[in-house]
Design a protein around this ligand. Sequence first.
Ligand code: NAP
Length: 349
Amino acid sequence: MAERVRVGVIGASGYTGYELLRVLVAHPAVEISVATSEQYAGQQVAELFPSLARLLDLTLSPLLEEGLEERCDTVFLALPHKTAMRAAVRFLAAGKRVIDLSADFRLRDAQTYEAWYGAAHEARSWLARAVYGLPERYRSAIKEAQLVANPGCYPTSAILPLAPLLSEGLLVPESIIVDALSGVSGAGRKLEAQYLYGEAAESVKAYGVPRHRHTPEIEQELSVAAGVPVTITFTPHLLPMTRGMLSTIYAQPRLPLSASQFREVLAKAYGEEPFVRLCAAGRLPEARHVRGSNFCDIGVEVDSRTGRLILISALDNLVKGASGQAVQNFNLMHGLAETLALRTPGLAL
Ligand SMILES: NC(=O)c1ccc[n+]([C@@H]2O[C@H](COP(=O)([O-])OP(=O)(O)OC[C@H]3O[C@@H](n4cnc5c(N)ncnc54)[C@H](OP(=O)(O)O)[C@@H]3O)[C@@H](O)[C@H]2O)c1
C-alpha cells in the first residue's frame, strides 16, 4: 500500500475537530499523527472522546509544541478565526499544506474581512493564494492549492443551490433572501449561556440580524457566479438540535420558468457531483436525511401565485458544512478519490 499522508488536526478537542477525527480514523490513506488542544494537552484523544477508544492511540499536544510541523504533511485547522491565521502561517512557512476551517482566508478582500470580523488580517499575502474550498465550484484549483479556505456551513447551504442559476442569469440578483436554521453545534463547543440546554431547548430564535458574518462570504461567491455584484438578505436561526442545517431561499426569476425547468439547470450542474443530491419533484430535503453525511440535498419549487422561486437545502453543518467538505478537499489535494471515507448515508433515524 502507498504511504499514508501524515495529518495534523489542529483544534482537535472542538466539534469540527472531533468530526475530522471521526472521519479520518476510517480514511485508508491517512495517518493521524498530530491532534492539538490547549485545555486537554497531555491527555489521550480517547480519554476526551471515548467513541475513539481502540480507533486512535494519540496524545493531545498544545499548539505551540516544538516540532509539531515536522510530524505532519498536511494540517486541518479547526481553530477560531484569528488563531487560525497565525497557525496557518506557521505551517505554510514549513511547506505544509493547510485546510483552514475558519473564516480567515475565505474573503478575498482583506478590508471586507476586517470590516466584518473586527480584526486586522495578519496574513494578507496568503489571501490571494488561498483557494475557496467548495469542490463543486473550484475543483481544479483545489487540487493544486497549498492553502484551502474551507467554506462556512451557511455559505455552503446557500451557494450550492443558487450559484448555477445565477451563472445562467436566471435570477434577479438583488431579490435573494436566505432564511437558515442551524443546530447548536454550529456555535462550537464553548460555554456561553445562550447555548445551554435550558436556554436553547424548546425555542427557536433569529440571531446576527441583519449583519451575520457569513453574509459577505455568500455575497462574494454569488457575485462570482452572477458576474455582477450580488447583495442578499440573510437571517440565521438557532434551532434546538445538535447538528444539521436547513436553508430556505427565495428569489425572483428573470423569466417565468417552472420548477422542473429550474431543476433541470441544477441537474445539469450537479448530475455528476458525488455529494449534491437533487430532490425529485414533490419532495423536499430534511436535515435528518443528511445527518452525519457529506451530502447537501436540494429541493426546488416555484410559487405559481407570486412567481417566486423557493430553494431548500439541507446539510450537516459539521460534515458538508465543515469537516466532511474539508476531507473532500484533502482527497482532491492528494490526488485521491474525492469520495474516500465520505460515502456514508445520513442517519435518518
Ligand atoms: N461548528 C460548526 O458547525 C462549524 C462549521 C463550519 C466552520 N466552522 C469553523 O471551524 C472552526 C472551529 O469550529 P468549532 O465549532 O470546531 O469550534 P470549537 O468547538 O469551539 O473548537 C475550537 C478548537 O480550537 C481550540 N482553540 C481555541 N482557542 C485556541 C487558542 N487560542 N490556541 C490554540 N487552540 C485553540 C480549542 O482547543 P481547547 O479548547 O481544547 O484549547 C478547540 O479544539 C471555527 O473557525 C468555526 O468558525 C465551524
